[in-house]
Design a protein. Structure first.
Lengths: 204, 197
């Protein structure tokens, strides 16, 4: 079985700073043998906001038939789930927040219906990676995004200790992250480490 | 007469958050204010594209209902933003509107073409109303800086939070011991203080 990674590019801007970090992590993972990676660009994925109808609390499924439907299984099947997003107005961009909110379905399955979200044999093995960029250099600039990202990973069955982050401040203009001294190397290292950890956990 | 606008960011019509907002606006009406309510799910606007053109021009290139709404919001005396907490933050609908206000941030902090004198900030007051199902300490914390960002762009001083957690335990806002009475009283008090008179 290959190791699989599913990465979400959550910025409305294509090939900007956060997506560049995501590409570097996915590249590093894909260069290892037996690893399959996939990137989903949220602006092209038709993931609409949660309607707050709470029907998933009864059915365990979402009633909105849009681009999110196939992603529900793919997120759970991935050994590593990545989310890359810039900070917009101190939070996730609305597109990425929509993805996070639609994961409410997993919460309903687990906490309302009492269903398992991931099969027993994969519990505690999967990894999450959050790649955040911000134009500001404020120490606390990622606090609000982290709260929502932790929520997303948690309901998707990824433990908080298995969520790695790479947070790069003071990158605003497109391409700025490439000039940031450590960002791209850190991203590659994050990818290699994730594969090493998953190999250890999943076995040959 | 104090002009009050309530903006509901909940996709769930007449749910806990909108009911809380209605109580606040009802209080404002009792104080004699002119009150208007906007429900974001009735409006059509897209998310910010991140094109950064507004950083150069101060103008958003996307033409839809977001910019006229933001302009109308900027024109009131008391602005009440309401959103439930979804995944530790405001809803994607309200976040979509907040992100579209980036052109105001660009004017104020990047281009320097927009300035709010202290008396403007004093007479334009913003409050945030929210409900959360859970009772986690800090469940509203991640929403506050996002709300602050919008008020800051629009030229409002962020004067108060009317936030109530544990909705699941109480069985909704109507059964919450203090939420609706608290919001109504705050609406009456804030609409009764100041404004354009």
């Amino acid at each position: 079985m290959p190791i699989t990674a599913l990465g979400f590019a959550g910025s409305p801007r294509r090939h900007g700073n956060s997506e560049t970090l995501l590409d570097r992590v996915l590249e590093a993972m894909a260069s290892e043998p037996g690893v399959e990676v996939e990137k989903v660009v949220l602006v092209d994925a038709d993931v609409r906001p949660c309607r707050g109808c709470n029907i998933c609390e009864k059915t365990g499924d979402c009633v909105q038939k849009d681009g999110m439907i196939p992603l529900y299984d793919r997120i759970l099947e991935a050994d590593c789930v990545l989310l890359a997003a810039p900070v917009y107005c101190m939070g996730l961009p609305a597109q990425a927040k929509a993805l996070v909110d639609r994961a409410q379905v997993y919460r309903s399955r687990r906490y309302v219906l009492g269903w398992p979200v991931v099969p027993e044999e994969r519990k505690g093995k999967r990894l999450g990676i959050y790649l955040g960029t911000a134009g500001q250099d404020w120490e606390y600039v990622f606090d609000a995004t982290l709260a929502s990202v932790r929520c997303f990973m948690h309901v998707a069955g990824i433990r908080e200790r298995d969520l790695a982050t790479l947070l790069v401040r003071s990158v605003d203009e497109s391409g700025a992250v490439k000039r940031y001294p450590t960002a791209l190397d850190d991203a590659a290292a994050l990818g290699r480490n994730a594969v090493a950890t998953l190999r250890e956990r999943l076995g040959p | 007469m104090t002009r009050v606008m309530g903006v509901s960011g909940s996709p769930h019509r007449r749910g806990n958050t909108e009911t809380l907002l209605d109580a606040f606006l009802g209080g404002a009406r009792e104080a004699g204010a002119g009150v208007e309510k906007v429900v974001l799910s009735d409006l059509s606007y897209t998310s910010c594209r991140g094109c950064n053109v507004c950083h150069r021009t101060g103008i958003c290139v996307v033409e839809d209902e977001a910019i006229p709404l933001l302009e109308a919001m900027a024109g009131v005396d008391l602005l009440a933003l309401a959103s439930p907490i979804y995944s530790m933050g405001i809803t994607a609908e309200l976040k979509g509107l907040v992100d579209r206000a980036q052109y105001l941030w660009a004017r104020r902090f990047s281009l320097g073409t927009l300035d709010y004198p202290p008396e403007h900030l004093e007479s334009h007051r913003g409050v945030f109303l929210s409900t959360a199902g859970s009772d986690w300490p800090g469940v509203f914390d991640a929403a506050f800086p996002v709300v602050q960002a919008l008020f800051s762009g629009l030229g409002f001083s962020y004067v108060e939070n009317l936030v109530y957690d544990s909705m699941d335990r109480h069985g909704g806002v109507r059964r919450h011991p203090t939420a609706l009475a608290g919001a109504r009283a705050a609406g009456r008090r804030l609409a009764g203080e100041g404004g354009a008179d």
